[in-house]
Design a protein around this ligand. Structure first.
Ligand code: NAD
Length: 434
């Protein structure tokens, strides 16, 4: 199958690389000339475990190419995936589908034969139908189908998620298009990974409802953690006790500084907006959005209490600034709320993050970047674990405590125990919900 992917970001690049590994011929298109030049030289624009090796192999075997020139590939494709960004629109939180519309129009103007256009971007209910209408208006003689194929990969585990998905969802109205999509995903269905066909609206909503549900699970635990801090109880033990119930499941129960990333914040906002616009408010998601913002503020209060109620003149070491481990993505990371607040109240901030520097240097302002955790923590008044990178799980706490001005630890990912920290020489330890 000849596949063209428009948008070579996290989703487009990972999908393109994995489809080529299935044996398809894939052309990845992006507007960003530098990104495409880098990719053609084997330089990967994002940090994603396993991606580089897979990309280089398929590139070498001529199943994968990168271009900014849509015209050169569009008419050899059997299927075109649109995987461009759908950020939250300023002001109202609605998903901005401008890039999807633009990509669809570009295709419509160029294509001259039957084509399946697949929307992989996360888009509000009704967008696939709208895109169908826009393409038909742009090119009234074109024979085509529009398919919704939302993506569920997680950054940091994207290759594994794509290659071993819990499910592939295909929102489709034509048998011909469904058969083509099933052929593309045949390597997965042959391994018994479920490939499920639905109507267009269900596919669109499965994506939003899934992300909103996961964000709710996290937020629920963050609120139970806040309760523990008032009435007692240990959130890690509570999560364990709850997670053993198979109806609940043991994932997404870890309390922390609030969810972030490129999807949950914008997708919860978008779902809330979709509900309001349809006259069917999803009040639980509106509450989740508010509670998540409050969780980040609560973390700041926690840090301030550890700094004797003033950040002024304090040196604060932040370990981990990406929104989660194993990615360099900083979109909506809790660090983007916490670090600027510390700086604005007069703290000096030093940072160590295995992959945060590339994006963080533009976003986090006047901070000191360090190339290892021990440098960042030296002479500080407070050490804050903000992202649970594996390499931060086995630090020499004694060495760290000894090197600090005032050895205090805010463990916002609960990766250490209070007993361990105090034994290592920290004078105070605060986790989340303990
Ligand atoms: P991204 O911002 O990393 O990448 C988007 C890319 O599209 C950019 O490189 C941009 O230059 C390119 N682009 C925009 N318009 C273009 C055009 N007309 N022609 C060619 N290229 C164009 O975005 P992403 O994180 O990959 O997300 C893409 C979509 O997938 C979003 O809707 C997102 O919600 C969804 N999604 C993301 C994830 C994730 O973990 N990042 C997971 C599941 C779903």
């Amino acid at each position: 199958m000849n596949i063209c992917i428009i948008g070579t970001g996290y989703v487009g690049l990972v999908s393109g690389v994995c489809f080529s590994d299935f044996g398809h011929n894939v052309s990845c298109v992006d507007l960003d000339q530098k990104k495409i030049d880098d990719l053609n030289q084997g330089l990967i624009p994002i940090f994603e475990p396993g991606l580089e090796q897979l990309l280089k192999r398929n590139f070498k075997e001529n199943r994968l190419s990168f271009t900014t020139n849509l015209d050169s590939v569009v008419n050899t494709a059997d299927v075109i995936f649109i995987a461009v960004g759908t950020p939250a629109r300023r002001g109202d939180g609605h998903a901005d589908i401008e890039y999807v519309v633009e990509a669809a129009k570009q295709i419509a103007r160029k294509i001259t034969k039957y084509i399946v256009i697949v929307i992989k971007s996360t888009v509000p209910v009704g967008t696939n139908r709208l895109i169908h209408k826009i393409i038909a208006e742009e090119n009234p003689v074109l024979d085509f189908d529009v398919v919704s194929n939302p993506e569920f990969l997680r950054e940091g585990a994207a290759i594994d998620d794509f290659m071993r998905p819990d499910r592939v969802i295909i929102g489709v109205e034509s048998k011909k298009a469904e058969d083509i999509l099933r052929e593309i995903y045949l390597p997965l269905s042959l391994k018994n990974f479920p490939v499920i066909a639905t109507d267009l609206e269900s596919a669109e909503l499965i994506k939003y409802a899934s992300n909103a549900f996961l964000a709710t699970k996290i937020t629920f635990m963050n609120e139970i953690a806040a309760l523990c801090e008032k009435v007692g109880g240990n959130i890690s033990e509570i999560a364990n006790g709850m997670g053993l119930d198979r109806r609940i499941g043991n994932q997404f129960l870890r309390a922390g500084p609030g969810y972030g990333g490129s999807c949950f914040p914008k997708d919860t906002l978008a779902l809330a907006k979709i509900g309001l616009d349809a006259g069917s408010p999803i009040s639980i998601i509106e509450t989740v959005i508010k509670a998540n913002a409050e969780t980040k503020i609560r973390m700041l209060r926690k840090l301030k209490a550890l700094c004797d109620n003033s950040f002024r003149g304090k040196k604060i070491a932040i370990l981990g600034v990406t929104f989660k481990p194993e990615t360099d993505d900083m979109r909506e990371a809790p660090s983007l709320t916490i670090v600027p607040a510390l700086l604005s109240e007069g703290a000096n901030v030093s940072i160590y993050c295995p992959q945060g520097f590339k994006e963080g240097k533009e976003l986090l302002g006047n901070v000191e970047w360090c190339n290892e955790p021990y440098n960042a923590v030296q002479n500080s008044n407070l050490m804050v674990i903000l992202t649970e990178w594996n390499e931060l799980r086995s630090l020499d706490l004694q060495k760290l405590a000894l090197s600090m001005e005032t050895p205090k630890l805010a463990d916002l990912r609960n990766i250490y125990s209070r007993a361990l920290a105090l034994q290592a020489g920290f004078e105070s330890y605060d986790g989340v919900g303990k």
